[in-house]
Design a protein around this ligand. Structure first.
Ligand SMILES: Nc1nc2c(ncn2[C@@H]2O[C@H](COP(=O)(O)OP(=O)(O)O)[C@@H](O)[C@H]2O)c(=O)[nH]1
Ligand SMILES: [Mg+2]
Length: 304
């Protein structure tokens, strides 16, 4: 337990045979559950996990490789079944320092945030150390993520060291979350639509010996279209769909003509949305969406 919070650490792992045992060993004793998800590794990752003597460890083996997002979501699901209050995502390659865990959890414990993420560049001194091209790429993607998610104070959007309150997980539709490296950015977009409180905490980079599998070239070409789609979807939902619903409720209740016009407009918007993103339900009003609902304003009802 971290104070009164039951903590589950979720570790997505793909071919981490060399690092996974050490990563698990370094977790502090107050972590309640460790859920390691072997994403159909082709090396001995699963065997290393299965041979672990760690009593808090739960191992999930995915039948086929789904990507870091799919593996993390599988871990989230298991952690929710275990009634964890806070879910932390930590990579299996030892690049995320467990000493930084309290920093991620503290804002959630204090009720100041629903989702806390690491940010390697809270000071300009870290940014200026980067090669110019990489720096520009990072700034560009961060700016586009701000547009897509609406979180203007958030930087380093691809940072995978994150903690989320269990109630905030039920705010988003997991089918809308990207299953590969756009995972963290897509979570930000979904949380933004639900007005969840997101906070950055400074966590210095720890690169270790592993080379990132997300190449700059890939991020440069794959992320902008996804972010553009996120931005358009946010505009449609936040500024058109919700406003329309509010406009149709006059001082004497709902007006029939306005409602018909609204339905026509909503159908048009829905068609537009379907052409932008996979056809899934937009928001789910869940009885569990109670965490900080009052503080956040009951926005969920506007998008059901
Ligand atoms: N590369 C890769 N990593 C995966 C996959 N599924 C789960 N992971 C895990 O996702 C985490 C992040 O991957 P990594 O390559 O270290 O990315 P980076 O550190 O963000 O550049 C690691 O713990 C991986 O083991 C997958 O399909 N491919
Ligand atoms: Mg890594």
């Amino acid at each position: 337990m971290y104070h009164d919070l039951k903590v589950a650490v979720i570790i997505p792992a793909f071919c981490e045979e060399a690092r996974i045992t050490e990563t698990i060993k370094t977790l502090p004793s107050w972590v309640d559950h460790i859920v390691a998800v072997d994403d159909a590794s082709t090396d001995g990752t699963y065997e290393a996990l299965a041979n672990s003597q760690e009593p808090r460890l739960i191992v999930i083996k995915l039948p086929e490789n789904g990507g870091v997002g799919a593996a993390t979501l599988a871990g989230f699901e298991r952690a929710l079944q275990l009634d964890a209050d806070v879910l932390v995502k930590m990579d299996g390659d030892g690049q995320m320092d467990p000493a930084q865990l309290p920093g991620l959890l503290e804002p959630i414990r204090r009720g100041e945030a629903d989702y806390v993420k690491g940010n390697r560049f809270l000071h300009t001194r870290e940014l200026v150390k980067m090669p110019l091209l990489r720096r520009l790429g990072n700034i560009g993607l961060s700016f586009m993520t701000k547009l897509a998610s609406g979180y203007w104070a958030v930087f380093d959007p691809t940072n995978g060291y994150v903690a989320i309150h269990s109630a905030a997980v039920s705010l988003f539709d997991s089918t809308r979350i990207h299953k590969r490296f756009f995972f963290e950015s897509s979570i930000l977009c979904e949380l933004g639509l639900n007005r969840a409180v997101v906070l950055d905490v400074y966590i210095p980079a720890r690169y270790g010996d592993k080379i990132s599998t997300l190449s700059e070239r890939r991020a440069f070409f794959e992320f902008p279209p996804l972010l553009l789609s996120g931005f358009l979807r946010r505009m449609l939902i936040q500024y058109f769909k919700r406003c329309l619903k509010i406009l149709c409720i006059g001082p004497h209740g709902r007006n029939r003509r306005a409602l018909r016009a609204q339905n026509r407009m909503l159908n048009l918007i829905a068609r537009l949305q379907r052409s932008l993103t996979p056809p899934k339900s937009l928001c789910r009003a869940s009885p569990h969406n109670i965490f900080q609902r009052e503080a956040l304003g009951n926005t969920a009802s506007l998008c059901d």
